[in-house]
Design a protein around this ligand. Structure first.
Ligand code: NAD
Length: 480
């Protein structure tokens, strides 16, 4: 077991008062490290450091910010496995393939964000008074408080940090209390890449303590939160008190539509990937599957085969599809959703129980009531609910009967049906011919309804993490 310090203004420090908390491995229960349990004083130091760091970072030329982010990308490309692989597997219960995927995506995100450093484009617009000229410029916001989740602790954190940094902001990062070790390693990497020490701090602690202190701190100009909808509502209310810019990437209950022309076997394979990857601990997991009635039976037969064939072994075994849920509370919640749905009339096609430790078997429910928690709420576990629809219109209506709208997907070979559904489904993204869990560093990722506010990725992030300013000038005395 190693004890770790947090990173404030480039210094490795303990929490004020010296309190710590344990980080455990969900697969084994082993204590991996004790880390500082930060509170108000620590957060205040970090925000003050970030305010000074902002001056240093923002004043660099765009090409210098780009170069630092490219160096960070190269460090991850060359040393990513040594720096992150074991930590990701141990701390977050990721399989080796999911951990490798996160590292690869991190490189891509850092390279993409680096390019954005040079693209803080502005505008001019015509003025009826010929002596006057108007410019619109983009400026960074200042200190961004980054509050991140546990499920993809490296790549999501990277997305939340790299784009605001590219735009010239400084950061105070509050990672999930489940996965602070990955975040500390990422913070150190940014400093190794040449980001000024005061521009990035990582404070470790609990949401209700350290997280709440950060989102309420008067020196923070913007909050970027990726987390559950309940947290988003609490953070959003705190943010409104100070009229902060907020980017809230929250929960999902994504629908996958399987239309009548789809191949049932192929559709079941895609559906299983879309729900069971990382035990369903993916915001975009297609936990609701709506199947046209004519292929319902062959589809559920094939999905049962797929679910029962998944290999769930050691996290470092290449064949393992998924591992444990993050903690015992997560397992309890998932099983509660399943048992309640069965008690209210759903049929259990497969699974519905613990395999071992915190690993829940791949679970498929048929026809849970539309008001059940398994259908309406995010279980954040390996549980798919399947219902039949008479036709495309009814499938769309069922998909839209949700408070969430993060991602959706349609399996069909008929592009017209797919496009019709894509335009009618209320969701931040709709994917045709694939499952709902898709990433792209340039894409505007974000949701509608309870799935959040704002978009991240590519230039959409630049817009989120900058403010526009109108500058007008009287050029009347200049020659025209
Ligand atoms: P969570 O809401 O429990 O925690 C997220 C972060 O918020 C953690 O760092 C936590 O400590 C902090 N936090 C909690 N309460 C807080 C408070 N009152 N003030 C300030 N900070 C607080 O979420 P989680 O369980 O870590 O992550 C899973 C959730 O994240 C799921 O709902 C998932 O759908 C969502 N998620 C969304 C996206 C997306 O892109 N929309 C991506 C990944 C995960």
């Amino acid at each position: 077991m190693q004890n770790q310090h947090m990173l404030i203004g480039g210094e490795a420090v303990a929490a004020n008062g010296g309190t710590t908390f344990a980080v455990t491995a969900p697969a084994t229960g082993e204590v991996l490290a004790e880390v500082p349990r930060a509170g108000a004083t620590d957060v205040d130091l970090a925000v003050r450091a970030a305010a000074r760091g902002f001056e240093a970072w923002f004043r660099l030329r765009p090409a210098e910010r780009e170069a630092a982010l490219l160096r960070a990308a190269e460090l991850v490309a060359q040393e990513g496995h040594a720096r992150f692989l074991d930590t990701l597997i141990d701390e977050s219960g990721s399989t080796i393939s999911k951990a490798r995927g996160e590292i690869a995506y991190t490189v891509d995100l850092l390279r993409t964000a680096a390019g954005e450093a040079r693209r803080l484009y502005g505008e001019t617009f015509p003025n009826d008074d010929p002596r006057r000229m108007s410019l619109v410029i983009r400026e960074p916001l200042g200190v961004v408080g980054v509050v991140s989740p546990y499920n993809a602790p490296l790549s999501l954190l990277t997305k939340m940090c790299a784009f605001p940094l590219a735009a010239g902001n400084s950061l105070v990062i509050k990672p999930s209390e489940e996965t602070p070790l990955t975040a500390l390693a990422f913070g150190r990497l940014l400093l190794d890449a040449g980001v000024p020490p005061e521009a990035v701090s990582v404070v470790t602690g609990f949401g209700g303590e350290c997280g709440a202190e950060l989102v309420n701190h008067p020196g923070v100009r913007c909050i970027a939160l990726t987390g559950s909808t309940n947290t988003g509502i609490a953070v959003g209310q705190a943010g409104l008190n100070r009229m902060r810019r907020m980017q809230l990437e929250l929960g999902g209950k994504s629908a996958l539509l399987v239309l009548r022309d789809a191949d049932p076997q192929q559709a079941a394979k895609i559906a299983a990937q879309g729900i069971f990857t990382h035990s369903g601990q993916i915001c975009m997991a297609n936990s609701r599957i709506v199947v046209e009635r004519t292929i319902y039976q062959p589809f559920i037969d094939a999905l049962k085969v797929e679910a029962e064939a998944l290999f769930l072994g050691d996290l470092r075994d290449e064949r393992t599809v998924y591992g444990p849920l993050i903690n015992g509370r997560a397992v309890e919640k998932v099983l509660e959703h399943v048992h309640e749905a069965i008690a209210s009339g759903a049929q259990l096609l497969t699974g519905g129980e613990i395999m071992q430790g915190l690993v829940v078997k791949p679970t498929v429910l048929l026809d849970p009531p539309r008001d059940s928690r398994a259908w309406r709420e995010e279980s954040f576990g390996p549980v798919a609910s399947v219902v039949a629809a008479d036709d495309l219109e009814q499938a769309i209506e069922i998909a839209n009967d949700s408070d969430y709208g993060l991602s959706a997907a349609v399996l069909t070979n008929n592009l017209q049906w797919g496009m019709h559904a894509a335009r009618r489904i209320a969701s931040g993204a709709v994917h045709i011919g694939m499952h709902a869990f898709q990433s792209n560093a340039l894409a505007p990722i974000g949701g509608v309804g309870l799935s959040g506010m704002g978009r991240s990725g590519g230039h959409y992030s630049t817009e989120e993490f900058t403010e526009v300013k109108w500058i007008s000038v009287d050029v009347g005395s200049l020659p025209r």
